[in-house]
Design a protein around this ligand. Structure first.
Ligand code: ZN
Length: 540
């Protein structure tokens, strides 16, 4: 028996963590990411593991993004002593990312401790320290893409290019399960076709079970060319007002993509002659890793190198590593482009730049990446009139450009095309993971409807028993409609039951008003009014 439990990255886009177990006692893990995006979600990082880290023999890591790798130092601190299998660029990037994440954890704990002590309460420890992160690095054991390795008796693994960020991998696992061999594929985060810098995701054609991400399972990206034009327009808008261009970007990949495009604009004479600041020590170091790993470039990036250019450099680019240099940017009058992390505006130098520029009419804020629910970035994208930065309310008067076409994630069409390669008989069972609930739901429905594959959405912490691929009958549109309708009716029944319980509580004789029931009922009333907006409006 092979069992997989999604301890993170299920019903969520962060905290990726999948445990693979066999009846023979194997415990293997795919990814060990940090939960990110708002206090409620981040609280999950403090929860106990759903397993003993000591008992995990190997961790296969898809890529260096912190929502896939960010709990590795904690895993090692708590007893993991196996190998961390990943591609060579992933190992290089993780060294930067994990040390940086540890620093963020330490700063955060220090800030919380000060605050708590002022209230006469006990301080808090960081999730892990820089020393923990450094100690975890020795367990990294890089393997090249496309090489099949024997992980342990009866288990082989192979990493394939996922085309998402430098070194990102799809994981193929073959596990001997009694007389059968089971092939499990984990997509990791999948890139788009024709994404900048990295090659397109590898097409794979067979599996017994497939775990596929669904970050953009319900959406289509804008065209890339259109997005490039929008980027240039956003820069020209701020330049015409003599204001700044602020680009919150993840230090890894998105920053290099933006530099790559600015370099292209610069070489073709389209870029206004203004200073460009890469204001992130982490992004500066990550860009060096990109420069060292040219073998992973796609044809476009290689052509730039062959023509004697650095794809990530241009004449006006200034790298501001130190805090003093960073602070000096805000004293500078006139236009400039500032690229700073983090990409969701929840921490890092970007918060200072937003505080100085968000309220200024004529500035451009260019959102080039996915914004999780609950983040400052998401509030800005959703049109908030003001946001709170460092405890201060800051008006949003800058022009916000949300440019969807630079995503490093496959969109719905890309995902369906990639999953479609597996659709020949026998078909794998598809598990849709790594997405917000609606996004996963839409992708699972489309996989069933368009590809005729059995797809479901695992819940966090629920074990899944995996089986061999099978030929499943193609569900008709009617089947899908009927199943959805049945779900809606079941939910309606549940609601009716809840109402009956509440009504029971309210109709009993009470000395005082039963506030608790009343509060719940009012909550339900509000929810229902949102669903039925015309309720109470009489027809004319
Ligand atoms: Zn990623």
């Amino acid at each position: 028996m092979v069992k997989v439990t999604c301890f993170g990255g299920a019903g969520l886009v962060t905290g990726s963590n999948y445990l693979v177990e066999t009846s023979g006692g194997l415990r293997l893990m795919i990814d060990c990411g940090l939960f990110q995006g708002g206090t409620d979600i981040e609280r999950l990082n403090q929860e106990k593991w759903g397993y003993s880290p000591k008992e995990i023999s190997n961790l296969v890591l898809t890529h260096a993004h912190i929502d896939h790798s960010g709990r590795i130092p904690k895993l090692v601190k708590d007893g993991f002593r196996g190998k961390i299998i990943c591609s060579p660029p992933t190992a290089e990037l993780c060294e930067l990312m994990l040390l940086d994440a540890a620093h963020v954890q330490e700063m955060d704990a220090e800030w919380r401790t000060k605050k708590k002590k002022r209230q006469g309460r006990k301080g808090v420890d960081p999730l892990y320290t820089t020393a923990d992160a450094a100690a975890s690095l020795k367990y990294f054991s890089p393997v090249e893409l496309n090489c099949t390795i024997d992980l342990e008796p009866g288990v082989r693994a192979r990493l394939r290019n996922a085309g998402h960020i430098l070194g990102s991998s799809i994981v193929e696992l073959w596990i001997q399960d009694g007389p059968n061999e089971l092939k499990i594929v984990f997509s990791g985060d999948l890139g788009r076709r024709d994404q900048l810098i990295v090659r397109s995701p590898e097409e794979i054609f067979d599996a017994d079970c497939l775990f596929v991400e669904s970050t953009y399972g319900n959406r289509l990206h804008r065209s890339f060319e259109e997005s490039k034009d929008e980027l240039l327009e956003a820069i020209r808008f701020a330049v015409s007002h003599n204001e700044k261009v602020i680009i919150p970007a993840f230090a890894l990949e998105r920053t290099q993509e933006i530099l790559y495009l600015l370099g292209e604009f610069s070489r073709s004479g389209k870029l206004p002659n203004i200073p460009i600041f890469l204001d992130s020590p982490l992004a500066i170091k990550a860009t060096q890793v990109f420069r060292r790993n040219k073998a992973y470039y796609d044809a476009g990036a290689r052509a730039i190198v062959e023509n004697g250019f650095d794809p990530f450099d241009m004449p006006n680019l200034k790298l501001t590593s130190s805090t003093v240099e960073s602070m000096a940017i805000n004293q500078l009058s006139g236009s400039a482009i500032i690229i700073a992390a983090n990409g969701m505006c929840t921490a890092g130098r970007i918060k200072h730049h937003l505080k100085h520029n968000l309220w200024r009419y004529g500035s451009s804020i260019i959102i080039v990446g996915f914004q999780s629910e609950g983040t400052t970035g998401r509030q800005i994208v959703d049109g908030a009139k003001s946001v709170t930065i460092f405890g201060e309310k800051v008006a949003v008067r800058a022009k916000v450009f949300t440019i969807g076409g630079f995503s490093a994630h496959a969109d719905q069409a890309d995902l369906l095309e990639w999953v479609g390669h597996f659709a020949g008989d026998p078909k794998p069972k598809v598990y849709v993971v790594h997405g917000e609930p609606f996004s996963s739901e839409v992708l699972a429905t489309e996989i069933k409807r368009r590809l005729g594959m059995n797809a479901s959405i695992p819940r966090r912490n629920d074990p899944l028993i995996l089986g061999k691929a099978s030929a499943v009958p193609f569900p008709t549109t009617d089947d899908v409609v009927e199943q959805t309708l049945a779900k809606v009716l079941a939910l309606t029944d549940d609601l009716q039951d809840q109402l009956n319980v509440l009504r029971g509580g309210l109709t009993e004789r009470h000395e005082q008003l039963p506030y608790d029931q009343l509060r719940k009922l009012r909550g339900l009333q509000e929810e229902l009014e949102k669903l039925v907006p015309s309720h109470g409006v009489s027809a004319t």
